[in-house]
Design a protein around this ligand. Structure first.
Ligand code: GLN
Length: 193
């Protein structure tokens, strides 16, 4: 039976992630309550606005349940989701789940060129696990990972900064793999469940 993977559905582009999960062979489940966390094997925190998501997570009392979930099961954060996973957030400093040893600077590419499409050359370990070839990456008001701890593996870089990383069971991307047809990044996450 196909694996059930949650997508945090409070704000942001969660619907696109659900489509990517389907395409990658999983069953997507929209998650809005702590009870729904019990029925999934892993969770995606989508892009959107991390401040808004944080406010909703606090109002709904979901920060604790998400930290508990992340201590046992894989979470993949994209863009705002990566910001929420990091253990240190800059510009400005804000609360986060602190599940990955990353320092992340929000909105780090500046206002003029805040969105772009880049072609990445993923690391050999990425290609061995999910298939070879360049990776198209859509950045939208993206953060930059300024520091990655020693237990973090960098799977792809853009302009010398890590943009796709993993630490144990968790994964983070500063771009939006749910906006391209290439399902390798989602398949990599599914391989960790
Ligand atoms: N700029 C957003 C933030 O700081 C992230 C943008 C995104 O998720 N596309 O939360």
């Amino acid at each position: 039976m196909a694996v059930r993977v949650g997508v945090l559905a409070l704000q942001g582009d969660f619907e696109a992630h659900s489509k990517s999960l389907l395409q990658a062979g999983a069953v997507p489940v929209e998650v809005r309550t702590r009870q729904q966390l019990e029925k999934i094997r892993g969770l995606i925190i989508p892009g959107g606005e991390s401040t808004t998501m944080l406010r909703l997570l606090n109002v709904l009392d979901l920060m604790g349940p998400l930290r508990d979930f992340g201590s046992q099961k894989p979470i993949f954060g994209t863009c705002a989701g990566a910001i929420l996973l990091a253990n240190q957030v800059l510009n400005p400093v804000q609360e986060s789940l602190e599940l990955m040893d990353l320092t992340v600077q929000r909105n780090a590419y500046g206002r003029q060129i805040d969105s772009r499409v880049a072609v990445l050359e993923p690391d050999a370990t990425f290609e061995q696990r999910v298939g070879a070839g360049k990776l198209e990456a859509v950045f939208i008001r993206a953060p930059i990972i300024r520091r990655a701890g020693e237990n973090v593996t960098v799977l792809a870089e853009y302009e010398g900064d890590p943009v796709l990383v993993e630490q144990g069971m968790h994964m983070a991307a500063t771009f939006h793999p749910e906006l391209t047809a290439d399902s390798r990044v989602h398949r990599l996450f599914l391989s960790k469940l």
